[in-house]
Ligand binder design. Sequence first.
Ligand code: IMP
Ligand code: MG
Length: 193
Amino acid sequence: MVKWYSHLNETVGPILLDSATIQKRVLELAEQITRDYKGKTPHLIGILKGASIFHADLVRYIDLGVTFDFMAVGSYGSAVKSSGEVRILKDLDESLEGKDVLVVEDIFDTGLTLHYLLNNLSSRGPRSLKVVSLLSKPSRREIEVQVDYVGFEIPDQFVIGYGLDYSQRYRNLPDIRILKLSAETHGAQRKNK
Ligand code: IMP
Ligand code: MG
């Protein structure tokens, strides 16, 4: 049990998905991926930094040979709102030519990041291209994108933990929690705009 966050301010809210629930679902996703990719060697691309923890757990539950790579993308905007303009911060190390690529993402929110990524990656000659996202917020969608595997659909609330951050913090919380913005934080956000 991690206790260090209990002394922090009120930005850490209640648990939405606890660690055991997350692990059970990640195992189920891995079992489905293992069945679907039987006889193949999927190439799992983790989208940094948010999907790093999910990627690390998922690959250990997949009962197949896999390879992996990582890519970092960012969008201009504030800590909680994306502007939709996506750019590559760290590109892949390896070519995707002829590979069965599975993009591992933390959250499918507006869809702008995944839309950009799929367009970009599909031009690099993969044999197949699919997406697994741990979370999805359907109510926030601006662009529909085909996401082949979804862990949990969640309501329109900003979440932290299990890789997901607020201003680069809280990624190491074992549970997924709701972020509660204090009056102070709201003020700081307005000033930054
Ligand atoms: P998009 O809006 O689908 O393009 O999602 C862009 C990125 O915003 C995701 O990959 C996450 O890194 C981040 N994001 C969206 N919603 C949340 C959230 O609730 N908590 C933390 N990060 C989020
Ligand atoms: Mg992210």
